[in-house]
Design a protein. Structure first.
Length: 202
Protein backbone atom coordinates (compact mmCIF):
# COMPACT_ATOMS: atom_id res chain seq x y z
CA UNK A 1 0.00 0.00 0.00
CA UNK A 2 1.23 3.45 -0.91
CA UNK A 3 0.38 6.24 1.52
CA UNK A 4 -0.51 9.88 0.83
CA UNK A 5 2.60 11.00 2.72
CA UNK A 6 4.83 8.78 0.57
CA UNK A 7 3.24 10.20 -2.58
CA UNK A 8 3.75 13.75 -1.35
CA UNK A 9 7.37 13.00 -0.53
CA UNK A 10 7.93 11.62 -4.04
CA UNK A 11 5.86 14.30 -5.78
CA UNK A 12 6.06 17.56 -3.81
CA UNK A 13 3.53 19.32 -6.06
CA UNK A 14 0.88 16.63 -5.66
CA UNK A 15 -0.53 18.23 -2.49
CA UNK A 16 -4.17 17.11 -1.93
CA UNK A 17 -4.05 14.87 -5.02
CA UNK A 18 -1.90 12.52 -2.95
CA UNK A 19 -4.87 11.93 -0.64
CA UNK A 20 -7.16 11.34 -3.61
CA UNK A 21 -4.88 8.87 -5.38
CA UNK A 22 -3.23 6.85 -2.62
CA UNK A 23 -6.03 4.28 -2.41
CA UNK A 24 -6.75 3.98 -6.18
CA UNK A 25 -3.04 3.59 -6.91
CA UNK A 26 -2.65 0.99 -4.17
CA UNK A 27 -5.54 -1.04 -5.63
CA UNK A 28 -4.16 -0.80 -9.17
CA UNK A 29 -0.67 -1.78 -8.06
CA UNK A 30 -2.04 -4.75 -6.13
CA UNK A 31 -4.15 -5.94 -9.07
CA UNK A 32 -1.29 -5.78 -11.58
CA UNK A 33 1.46 -7.09 -9.26
CA UNK A 34 3.35 -3.82 -9.09
CA UNK A 35 4.49 -5.04 -5.72
CA UNK A 36 8.25 -4.59 -5.24
CA UNK A 37 10.21 -1.36 -4.68
CA UNK A 38 11.72 -1.58 -8.19
CA UNK A 39 8.32 -2.04 -9.81
CA UNK A 40 6.58 0.55 -7.66
CA UNK A 41 9.28 3.18 -8.13
CA UNK A 42 9.33 2.77 -11.91
CA UNK A 43 5.51 2.89 -12.13
CA UNK A 44 5.13 5.94 -9.88
CA UNK A 45 7.96 7.82 -11.59
CA UNK A 46 6.27 7.48 -14.96
CA UNK A 47 2.92 8.51 -13.52
CA UNK A 48 4.49 11.54 -11.85
CA UNK A 49 5.59 12.92 -15.22
CA UNK A 50 2.61 11.79 -17.30
CA UNK A 51 0.10 13.36 -14.86
CA UNK A 52 2.19 16.33 -13.68
CA UNK A 53 2.36 14.84 -10.19
CA UNK A 54 -1.23 13.50 -10.12
CA UNK A 55 -2.74 16.89 -11.01
CA UNK A 56 -3.56 16.46 -14.72
CA UNK A 57 -5.77 13.65 -16.00
CA UNK A 58 -6.51 14.98 -19.47
CA UNK A 59 -4.11 15.98 -22.23
CA UNK A 60 -3.37 19.67 -22.62
CA UNK A 61 -3.24 20.55 -26.31
CA UNK A 62 -3.22 24.34 -26.04
CA UNK A 63 -0.15 24.87 -28.24
CA UNK A 64 0.98 28.08 -29.86
CA UNK A 65 1.67 28.19 -33.61
CA UNK A 66 5.40 28.14 -32.85
CA UNK A 67 5.04 25.07 -30.63
CA UNK A 68 3.00 23.25 -33.28
CA UNK A 69 5.75 23.77 -35.83
CA UNK A 70 8.35 22.50 -33.36
CA UNK A 71 6.51 19.50 -31.92
CA UNK A 72 4.17 18.48 -34.75
CA UNK A 73 6.07 19.74 -37.79
CA UNK A 74 4.82 16.98 -40.08
CA UNK A 75 1.18 17.93 -39.42
CA UNK A 76 1.34 21.68 -40.06
CA UNK A 77 2.63 24.18 -42.56
CA UNK A 78 3.43 27.62 -41.20
CA UNK A 79 0.08 28.95 -42.42
CA UNK A 80 -1.82 26.02 -40.88
CA UNK A 81 -0.01 26.41 -37.57
CA UNK A 82 -1.12 30.05 -37.44
CA UNK A 83 -4.70 28.91 -38.06
CA UNK A 84 -4.63 26.14 -35.41
CA UNK A 85 -2.57 27.82 -32.70
CA UNK A 86 -4.21 27.86 -29.25
CA UNK A 87 -7.23 25.88 -30.53
CA UNK A 88 -6.88 22.59 -28.62
CA UNK A 89 -9.89 20.82 -30.12
CA UNK A 90 -8.81 21.57 -33.68
CA UNK A 91 -5.24 20.54 -32.86
CA UNK A 92 -6.31 17.20 -31.38
CA UNK A 93 -8.55 16.41 -34.31
CA UNK A 94 -5.71 17.07 -36.76
CA UNK A 95 -2.76 15.36 -35.07
CA UNK A 96 -4.73 12.25 -34.07
CA UNK A 97 -6.74 11.86 -37.28
CA UNK A 98 -6.72 8.55 -39.17
CA UNK A 99 -4.66 6.63 -36.64
CA UNK A 100 -5.10 4.68 -33.39
CA UNK A 101 -8.59 3.77 -34.57
CA UNK A 102 -9.64 7.38 -35.04
CA UNK A 103 -11.49 8.51 -38.15
CA UNK A 104 -10.83 11.71 -40.10
CA UNK A 105 -10.10 15.14 -38.69
CA UNK A 106 -13.74 16.09 -39.26
CA UNK A 107 -15.00 13.16 -37.16
CA UNK A 108 -13.91 14.75 -33.89
CA UNK A 109 -12.35 11.48 -32.69
CA UNK A 110 -8.99 13.11 -32.01
CA UNK A 111 -10.50 15.42 -29.42
CA UNK A 112 -12.94 12.87 -28.02
CA UNK A 113 -10.22 10.27 -27.50
CA UNK A 114 -7.32 12.52 -26.54
CA UNK A 115 -5.05 11.44 -23.71
CA UNK A 116 -6.73 10.70 -20.38
CA UNK A 117 -5.75 8.93 -17.17
CA UNK A 118 -2.48 8.68 -15.23
CA UNK A 119 -0.67 7.11 -18.19
CA UNK A 120 -2.61 8.81 -20.89
CA UNK A 121 -4.80 6.47 -22.92
CA UNK A 122 -5.05 7.97 -26.41
CA UNK A 123 -6.98 6.97 -29.53
CA UNK A 124 -10.30 5.22 -30.06
CA UNK A 125 -8.90 1.70 -30.38
CA UNK A 126 -7.00 2.09 -27.09
CA UNK A 127 -10.10 3.44 -25.35
CA UNK A 128 -12.00 0.42 -26.65
CA UNK A 129 -9.35 -2.03 -25.47
CA UNK A 130 -9.07 -0.48 -22.01
CA UNK A 131 -12.85 -0.23 -21.73
CA UNK A 132 -13.30 -3.94 -22.48
CA UNK A 133 -10.58 -4.92 -20.02
CA UNK A 134 -11.98 -2.77 -17.22
CA UNK A 135 -15.68 -3.15 -18.07
CA UNK A 136 -16.12 0.56 -18.79
CA UNK A 137 -18.01 2.13 -21.70
CA UNK A 138 -15.16 4.39 -22.73
CA UNK A 139 -16.29 4.70 -26.34
CA UNK A 140 -19.44 6.55 -25.32
CA UNK A 141 -18.05 7.96 -22.07
CA UNK A 142 -14.31 8.62 -22.49
CA UNK A 143 -14.48 11.05 -19.59
CA UNK A 144 -14.67 8.07 -17.21
CA UNK A 145 -10.87 7.93 -17.39
CA UNK A 146 -10.79 11.28 -15.59
CA UNK A 147 -12.11 9.62 -12.41
CA UNK A 148 -9.30 8.75 -9.98
CA UNK A 149 -10.11 5.04 -9.67
CA UNK A 150 -10.34 4.58 -13.44
CA UNK A 151 -7.31 6.78 -14.10
CA UNK A 152 -5.23 4.58 -11.80
CA UNK A 153 -6.52 1.19 -12.92
CA UNK A 154 -6.08 2.10 -16.60
CA UNK A 155 -2.45 2.97 -15.87
CA UNK A 156 -2.01 -0.41 -14.19
CA UNK A 157 -3.59 -2.14 -17.18
CA UNK A 158 -1.21 -0.37 -19.58
CA UNK A 159 1.74 -1.35 -17.39
CA UNK A 160 0.67 -4.99 -17.34
CA UNK A 161 -0.14 -5.15 -21.06
CA UNK A 162 3.31 -3.88 -22.01
CA UNK A 163 5.11 -6.25 -19.59
CA UNK A 164 6.72 -3.36 -17.76
CA UNK A 165 7.13 -5.29 -14.51
CA UNK A 166 9.72 -7.41 -16.32
CA UNK A 167 11.67 -4.33 -17.37
CA UNK A 168 11.35 -2.84 -13.88
CA UNK A 169 12.73 -6.03 -12.33
CA UNK A 170 15.85 -5.62 -14.49
CA UNK A 171 16.06 -1.88 -13.72
CA UNK A 172 15.61 -1.09 -17.42
CA UNK A 173 14.14 2.30 -16.68
CA UNK A 174 15.14 3.86 -20.00
CA UNK A 175 13.32 1.13 -21.94
CA UNK A 176 10.22 1.65 -19.80
CA UNK A 177 10.26 5.33 -20.77
CA UNK A 178 10.48 4.40 -24.45
CA UNK A 179 7.54 1.98 -24.22
CA UNK A 180 5.37 4.55 -22.48
CA UNK A 181 6.33 7.69 -24.33
CA UNK A 182 7.75 6.42 -27.61
CA UNK A 183 11.05 8.09 -26.80
CA UNK A 184 12.97 9.73 -23.99
CA UNK A 185 10.91 12.88 -23.52
CA UNK A 186 11.44 14.39 -20.06
CA UNK A 187 13.88 11.57 -19.28
CA UNK A 188 15.87 13.51 -16.66
CA UNK A 189 12.66 14.38 -14.84
CA UNK A 190 11.44 10.78 -14.95
CA UNK A 191 14.79 9.61 -13.61
CA UNK A 192 14.65 12.13 -10.78
CA UNK A 193 11.26 10.79 -9.67
CA UNK A 194 12.52 7.21 -10.03
CA UNK A 195 15.48 7.77 -7.71
CA UNK A 196 13.30 9.64 -5.21
CA UNK A 197 10.76 6.81 -5.19
CA UNK A 198 13.43 4.15 -4.76
CA UNK A 199 14.80 5.99 -1.76
CA UNK A 200 11.38 6.42 -0.17
CA UNK A 201 10.26 2.83 -0.85
CA UNK A 202 13.56 1.27 0.23
Amino acid sequence: MITPDQLREMMPDADSAADTFADPLSKAMLEFEINTPLREAAFLAQIAVESEELRVLIENLNYSAQALLKIFARHFTEAQAAQYGHKPEMIANRIYANRMGNASEQSGDGWKYRGRGLIQTTGKENYEEVGKALNLDLINHPELLEQPENAAISAGFFWHKHLLNDLADDAQFKNICIRINGGLNDFSQRLKFYHAALEILG
